[in-house]
Design a protein around this ligand. Structure first.
Ligand code: ASP
Length: 336
């Protein structure tokens, strides 16, 4: 029996058409181009159904509300399909993939996010291979997690980052091996696919807009300027530090700020500005005081995953101490 896959179109370049203001998604526009791809009706392709989100968005406009809507759609259609392909703009695809990986608790079917750099309506579109291969991966079933397929590589969704603005291999997962490589055959890395056991039926965790901030340190940063935003209203901060988690502190301005944040219940997670490797608080004197002041190490998590994880944990109503503890735990393969 043929597998049934739901293609969920959220917007993004893959289905965009030229307009007077540049490329934009158009309701009903994608179906026409899908009907022009013979592979999609081949005997080797799974059966599929297209569901369009409303509104269709450039992914720079995707918010927590859309994460909720996508999650709800997958939850509602879960029993009718063997897997899901989420067509999404590339700009924030790694954030949405991270968010869905946390929201879809006890997921036991593939959810593959993909898109393209060149729209399907244009010659040389990379959308055709990205879509067809994603459909085959979703039908195969081995990658029963939220993943991202792009330019020949299947990546864990919450490990992926967009690393090229115009290359057709636009994503990588620097701190985790690809789950599969699509050459002549699709070769899965079975060791990389190992996932925590599913303990019950699929549940959809709540996801709310939580007041959080991402702060990237740079030489000469004046931490005093941020003092006014660090209040009990700010629930989380992702601090992108240098290297293994180091911060400039020769003027002594950052640590009082971090202490103030922790006292007011703000969970500060330290990620690295480096693409590869992990944060190790305490490896250098420049970082040990961060830990003492109440910061938590994001280890080798991407900023995208750390942002989505903060939203997820606070949306569950956890206390700052519980969120702090969970940020360092591996929940969905997002950290080593
Ligand atoms: N701006 C587009 C988006 O993220 C880019 C793309 O889809 O590649 O929606």
């Amino acid at each position: 029996m043929k597998k049934r896959i739901c293609i969920l179109y959220t917007g993004g370049t893959i289905g965009m058409v030229p307009t007077k203001r540049g490329y934009a998604p158009q309701p009903g526009g994608l179906a026409k181009y899908l009907n022009m791809i013979p592979d999609l009706t081949s005997a080797d392709a799974p059966d599929w159904e297209l569901v369009e989100m409303d509104p269709l968005l450039d992914s720079s406009d995707i918010t927590v509300r859309e994460w909720r809507a996508i999650g709800q759609e997958i939850f509602d259609l879960y029993d009718r399909f063997d897997g899901f392909v989420v067509l999404h703009g590339t700009d924030t695809m790694a954030y949405t993939a991270s968010a869905l990986s946390f929201m879809l608790e006890n997921l036991a079917k593939p959810v593959v996010l993909t898109g393209s750099q060149i729209p399907l309506c244009r010659i040389r579109s990379d959308g055709r291979d990205n879509l067809i291969t994603s459909l085959l991966i979703a039908a195969d079933g081995r990658a029963a997690e939220v993943c991202l397929y792009f330019g020949g590589k299947l990546l864990r969704g919450n490990r992926a980052v967009k690393t090229s603005a115009d290359g057709l291999q636009a994503f990588s997962s620097p701190n985790y091996p690809p789950l599969a490589l699509a050459g002549v055959n699709i070769r899965y890395d079975t060791a990389a696919l190992v996932r925590p056991a599913v303990t019950g039926p699929l549940t959809l965790a709540p996801m709310h807009t939580v007041p959080i901030a991402v702060l990237k340190v740079f030489p000469g940063i004046q931490f005093q300027l941020f003092e006014s935003i660090v209040t009990e209203k700010l629930q989380g901060i992702v601090l992108e530090a240098f290297g293994a988690g180091n911060i400039p502190n020769s003027d002594g301005a950052l640590l009082p700020l971090i202490e103030k944040a922790w006292r007011s219940g703000t969970v500060l997670t330290v990620c690295s500005q480096c693409t590869y490797g992990e944060v190790s608080l305490g490896a250098y004197a420049a970082s040990s005081s961060l830990k003492a002041a109440g910061a938590v190490s994001g280890r080798d998590m991407t900023t995208e995953a750390a942002v989505a994880k903060l939203y997820y944990l606070f949306s569950k109503g956890l206390s700052p101490a519980q969120v702090k503890a969970a940020m360092e735990q591996n929940l969905r393969g997002e950290l080593s």
